[in-house]
Design a protein around this ligand. Structure first.
Ligand code: NAD
Length: 480
């Protein structure tokens, strides 16, 4: 169901879509509204009407409601995590972790409402006080992807609503149940009608009409680069602000001094974790040419200990891809990569408990040739570790980052402080990890891709609300 102007409702167009469990596709999870532009229009209108009261409410009141919603999410962690695993496919332990992390993030941003403030400064004029105020702007649109449907929603809805804006939220069509659960938590926490409006559906027409809705004053988008760039140009044409968190092609450099067993563990988590469906997944792993065989042997023993299967089973390490299209795309990319000269090195987990009809893609390791290759530039969004052997791993890693044109996350594994420092300074990416996987995002720090991975506004951290407020300078003379 959609939630618009304080009420649950079907789409006015009457259309629905079915969501299936990607691990067991014959298990249909339910039917959800395939909303139309008219539904989106109603939602934006409701958000506009709710703006005055919500932005004028005491900040403490907004904080209290958001904190209450976060507590409810935590209280319902078991049910929400089970729903997340059933519709998105991630292993249940990771799903529980995401629910908890989303609640924590929401609390962190909720308190931002109280911390928010402007500055005072000396005026050049006698008897004048000069101050800046930071004010909410109006109804924002949040568009979120399927892979972290709760955490990424919390990164957007938290700072936007805490700072006094109202929202239309269009989640991924792949994760309808957890979107309803999150919305319900806000409703139960006492969020006034119209402040947050949930519009479900996946058509480009719906997304585009929301971006172009005259009441929407800004868009926070997370998803693929192609869609993010399209939203950016539509937003620019309307002169509204757009926050884009987009795709990645992330590089992990294994320096010559590091322990290869440990390096293989970090690389496997970076490339295969959540079946590679993370924007920060390591697509490219760079290893010294003389240590390639040894590294592969370590990765092979990790894969042998892994289980591919339904994320609902506690022994599962890797779940399915999110849907049939994602599986076709991954198989097609892999076949084209092999045709283009990639060498298949490893494939599959030690144990497979996967349903034959499920959308499972066995983890693979391929070795890439020198020079250009499609896996050096295209995001796989599947558990494919592309190994690049090099004589100078740091130089090769830096050059791969520039070649792909993206710049989300990069890692170096090394005991050398100077190598780590040099890499961190030179790499063109918004997130750098030293002796850690390329994955792992903390809400209290800024997170934003560079180049084709993002726009000028990062998410997260104490500055998260910057995107959602505008500055007014107020000069006051003590008397006329
Ligand atoms: P997607 O781009 O297909 O969809 C994201 C959202 O955009 C969905 O809600 C979708 O319905 C909506 N959408 C699709 N077409 C649209 C259009 N024309 N106009 C407006 N909205 C539209 O992405 P996905 O498959 O859900 O997620 C995977 C992608 O997201 C990967 O590329 C991944 O790297 C990226 N991602 C980035 C980050 C980050 O923080 N940088 C985080 C997570 C995922």
């Amino acid at each position: 169901m959609n939630y618009i102007a304080g009420e649950w409702s079907a789409s006015g167009g009457g259309c629905t879509y079915e969501r299936e469990n990607p691990a067991v596709p014959h298990r249909v999870i339910g039917e959800y509204p395939e909303s139309t532009p008219a539904d989106g229009r109603r939602a934006a209108d409701a958000a506009r009407r709710a703006f005055g009261a919500w932005s004028g409410a005491p900040a403490a009141e907004r904080t209290e409601i958001l904190v209450r919603a976060a507590d409810l999410i935590l209280r319902r962690q078991t049910e929400i995590a089970a729903a997340l695993t059933a519709e998105e496919g991630k292993p249940i332990g990771r799903a529980r972790g995401e629910v908890a992390r989303a609640a924590e993030a929401l609390k962190y941003f909720a308190h931002g409402a109280l911390r928010s403030g402007g500055q005072t400064m000396q005026s050049l004029r006698p008897g004048v006080r000069l101050a800046t105020w930071r004010e909410p702007i109006g109804p924002f649109l949040a568009i979120t992807p399927f892979n972290f449907p709760l955490f990424i929603a919390a990164l957007k809805l938290g700072p936007a609503m805490a700072s006094g804006n109202t929202m239309v939220w269009k989640p991924s069509p792949h994760t309808p149940v957890v979107s309803v659960e999150l919305m319900q938590a806000f409703v139960d926490a006492g969020l006034p009608g119209g402040v947050l409006n949930l519009v479900m559906g996946g058509s480009a027409e719906l997304g585009q009409s929301l971006v172009e809705d005259p009441d929407i004053v800004g868009v926070s988008f997370t998803g693929s680069t192609a869609v993010g760039l399209d939203i950016g140009s539509r937003g620019a044409a309307r002169h509204i602000r757009v926050q884009q968190e987009m795709g990645g092609k992330n590089v992990l450099v294994v320096a010559d001094d590091c322990d290869l067993k440990r390096a293989a563990e970090v690389a496997a988590e970076s490339s295969f974790g959540e079946s590679g469906q993370k924007c920060t997944a390591a697509g490219l792993v760079v290893v010294d040419r003389r240590r390639g065989e040894e590294f592969l042997a370590e990765v092979e023993s990790i894969l042998k200990a892994m289980t591919l299967g339904d994320g609902a089973d506690s022994g599962t390490d890797l779940g399915p891809l999110v849907d049939r299209t994602a599986l076709h795309r991954a198989n097609d990319l892999y076949d084209r990569a092999i045709d283009a000269g990639a060498v298949s090195e490893l494939s599959g987990c030690g144990t497979s408990a996967a349903d034959a009809d499920g959308y499972f893609f066995e983890p693979r390791v391929v070795r890439l040739p020198q020079g250009e290759h499609l896996l050096k530039t295209q995001e796989a969004f599947a558990p494919i570790l592309s190994l690049v052997l090099a004589d100078d791993v740091v130089d090769e890693g830096l050059s791969l980052v520039s070649q792909c044109g993206m710049g989300l996350s990069a890692s170096i594994l090394t005991d050398s402080l100077s190598a780590a420092d040099d890499f961190s300074r030179r790499v063109s990416a918004g997130l750098v990890n030293v002796n850690l996987p390329t994955t792992g995002v903390e809400y209290q720090a800024a997170f934003g891709g560079w180049n084709l991975s993002g726009g000028p506004f990062p998410e997260g951290g104490a500055g998260a609300e910057e995107f959602y407020v505008r500055t007014k300078t107020v000069a006051t003379a003590s008397r006329l």
